[in-house]
Design a protein around this ligand. Structure first.
Ligand code: B12
Length: 228
């Protein structure tokens, strides 16, 4: 049994480590979470990511500016490097392939990297194009890898407008591929409007949606191949 009081303390240490851009505190907190036997996934989202949410608030209140945020992101990644290898692999019995990236003009990749991590944990084959990815690169990579799913991330209203262009091109070239969008300014309504097949508001829902989509594609393919 994990000691609840100690667990809270460790989560708080990671959260504050991100807020105070203290890489050492994040690393120590991450190691302590593992030593306590905490679930790595829980430590990431309730500790590190919770800190980043507060950083977002501080940025919006103009208490933090870009240099501070970059250091907060470094602190988050320092903790993530320790926790990530300990995320429990899931056996979902599906071999999905996913192309993922943050769209052109946008360098925000923390959320995208968390979504990618969830896909890795589920055993998906992930082709990560990184951030500020030219729109056509998503189309080319989907064709090259014949991936089931393309996941587009955007954190700015100015960059998300590239999404419908990518969706249109991919659907034109390969209508069987499914597309999911995400990132703070996006929504289910925009996904529907732009012809994407899915939307999720966070990394764990992204995985749930992805599993549904890949299962659906597999069923379709099996039906086409004449299997039950
Ligand atoms: C960190 C950050 C930065 C960092 C990015 C570091 C990095 N490596 O990512 C730096 C300092 C570089 C940065 C720069 C800028 N930023 Co900034 N940044 C943020 C901040 C504070 C936090 C974002 C974040 O990481 N959140 C934590 C993660 C975990 O959450 P998330 O990204 O939302 O991801 C989750 C979900 O959205 C979802 N998700 C994400 N992607 C996907 C994809 C799919 C397919 C799915 C299904 C789900 C999904 O799952 C994720 C995990 O659960 C936000 C403020 C905020 N409140 O969000 C501003 C914010 C995004 N930035 C903003 C701006 C304006 C900028 C700059 C223009 C600032 C400037 N003056 O230079 C530049 C832009 C540079 C560029 N061209 O991209 C604005 C955007 C406004 C808008 N709506 O257009 C925001 C909202 C702040 C604000 N209110 O003004 N920024």
């Amino acid at each position: 049994m994990v000691d609840e009081a100690k667990k809270k303390e460790v989560l708080e240490k990671m959260r504050n480590g991100v807020i105070q851009y203290d890489e050492d505190a994040c690393k120590e907190g991450a190691q302590e979470a593992l030593d306590l036997g905490m679930d790595a996934n829980e430590a990431i989202f309730d500790g590190l990511v919770s800190g980043m949410e507060e950083v977002g608030r501080l940025f919006e209140a103009q208490e933090y500016f870009v240099p501070e945020i970059l250091m907060c992101a470094d602190a988050l990644y320092a903790g993530l490097d320790i926790l990530k290898p300990h995320c429990q692999q899931m056996d979902i019995g599906l071999k999905g392939a996913v192309v993922i990236g943050t769209v052109e003009g946008d360098v925000h990749d923390i959320g995208k990297n968390l979504v990618k991590m969830m896909f890795d944990v589920a055993g998906f084959n992930v082709y990560d194009l990184g951030r500020d990815v030219p729109l056509d690169k998503f189309v080319e990579e989907q064709l090259k890898t014949d991936s089931d799913l393309v996941c587009l991330s955007a954190m700015m209203t100015t960059s998300m407008v590239g999404m419908p262009k990518i969706i249109e091109k991919i659907k034109e070239k390969n209508p069987d591929c499914m597309i999911m969008i995400g990132g703070a300014p996006t929504s289910k309504e925009l996904a529907d409007k732009w012809g994407a097949d899915g939307y999720a508001e966070d990394a764990s829902n992204a995985l749930k949606e992805a599993i549904k989509m890949v299962s659906f594609l597999k069923k379709l393919r099996d039906e086409k191949a004449g299997k039950k």
